[in-house]
Design a protein around this ligand. Structure first.
Ligand code: FE
Length: 209
């Protein structure tokens, strides 16, 4: 088998393949977002409840920053699946997604703290942070709460969550926020090597897709 598979057998990868097919079938039915989040969470929970399928090439932390490895992009960009690999102690800034997303904890643990803008435009934490442990799934979207700050629960080891988004997340224009309310646009891209610029629309100023 190819080097990419080290640590994951083709049989184990069937878990991911089945998840992709079942999620695509769910989206084929064009359900409302609440149903995507409900049924998609159940599918993702199944996927992250067994940690034997993620090839090691998609599980490597980087000492400098958290990694976002694209595992699969739907050919129509209806969804994408990413392995999010935290190095010890790493954290995101406060950020949004602009589309629905599901976060399933595969290995280790993380904390997700929701944020909300107050009347003065400043962002502050709302409610308690969610502690995600292996098998746990959390949802985000502009409808249910889209702004959060996430960090690895461990300062001495890597953690990995599997993220699923209702778009090709690496190409989505979104924002990071400072607590004073200032915003900065960003496009996350992916940490693994992709066909160069296939999703770069900056040369097509009049098109959003
Ligand atoms: Fe996020």
């Amino acid at each position: 088998m190819s080097q990419l598979l080290n640590g994951a057998s083709p049989a184990n990868l069937a878990r991911l393949r089945n998840f992709i097919r079942e999620l695509a079938e769910l989206l084929d039915r064009t359900p409302p977002e609440a149903e995507i989040l409900r049924a998609g969470s159940a599918l993702l929970k199944q996927l992250v409840s067994v940690d034997d399928w993620l090839p090691s090439a998609f599980a490597h932390p980087n000492a400098d920053r958290y990694q976002q490895f694209l595992l699969h992009a739907d050919s129509r960009e209806r969804f994408s699946i990413v392995s999010f690999v935290w190095g010890p102690g790493q954290a995101t800034p406060i950020h949004d997604h602009t589309i629905w997303g599901l976060i399933g904890m595969l290995r280790g643990a993380e904390y997700s703290q929701p944020y909300q803008a107050g009347p003065d435009g400043r962002f502050s934490a709302v409610g308690a942070a969610t502690h995600l442990r292996p098998g746990d799934v959390e949802a985000v979207s502009p409808t249910i709460g889209d702004v959060h700050k996430v960090h690895n629960a461990y300062i001495d080891k890597a953690s990995i969550s599997i993220h699923v988004y209702g778009a090709n997340i690496g190409a989505v224009k979104r924002s990071v926020y400072a607590e004073d309310g200032s915003t900065k646009p960003f496009i996350s891209g992916y940490s693994n090597t992709m066909l160069p610029n296939i999703w770069d629309r900056s040369a097509e100023p009049n098109k959003t897709h």
